[in-house]
Design a protein. Structure first.
Length: 181
């Protein structure tokens, strides 16, 4: 994982995914850095690196599905599905108002062991909504993976729910990487 982790940090640096300055986040909160993950998840090399990191983590686990909430996590779930050979699920923000009215695309069976992936977390609140959808439909969330954890409470959020939270990179690690490189 360490080789992939260094490669991922290098790719995030080269692609200027994490920018420093004065930013207003979608929550309205001010921050001295911005994580532009949409830029990252549209780059094949970054997606491949992330998918290999997650696949290495789950290869010896009893995982049935890989889930990703729309929009940002769908490319991550897709890439990981391709590398791992595990089917994926896409979680809509809300049920469709037409057709089958599904909130989950893909086949979720009762008691499927599911990992959920996300691009970036702050407190983990939005990812919990997607986790609730999986659990309300009979799936079991085994672990949650995120590319970048902003380290603003997500670990506590997932600990409270008894969910193993595995950030590929913590923002402090990325800042230390930048200082060294």
């Amino acid at each position: 994982m360490n080789d992939y982790k260094n490669k991922l940090m290098q790719l995030l640096k080269e692609n200027e995914v994490i920018k420093f300055g004065d930013f207003t986040l979608s929550s309205g909160k001010k921050s001295n850095y911005y994580v532009d993950m949409k830029k990252a998840i549209t780059e094949p090399e970054i997606l491949s690196c992330v998918a290999h990191m997650i696949t290495d983590e789950i290869k010896d686990s009893d995982i049935d599905k890989i889930a990703g909430p729309a929009l940002g996590a769908v490319p991550i779930a897709t890439a990981t599905s391709l590398i791992s050979g595990k089917p994926m699920l896409m979680i809509r923000k809300e049920k469709k108002s037409y057709g089958t009215s599904k909130q989950i695309e893909g086949e979720l069976n009762c008691d499927d062991n599911v990992i959920i992936v996300e691009d970036v977390t702050t407190t983990g609140g939005s990812l919990l909504k997607a986790i609730d959808v999986i659990e309300d439909n009979g799936g079991k969330i085994v672990e949650a993976y995120v590319i970048v954890d902003r380290q603003e409470g997500a670990v506590d959020t997932f600990n409270e729910r008894g969910i193993i939270f595995k950030p590929l990179i913590k923002i402090d690690e990325f800042k230390a990487f930048l200082d060294e490189n």
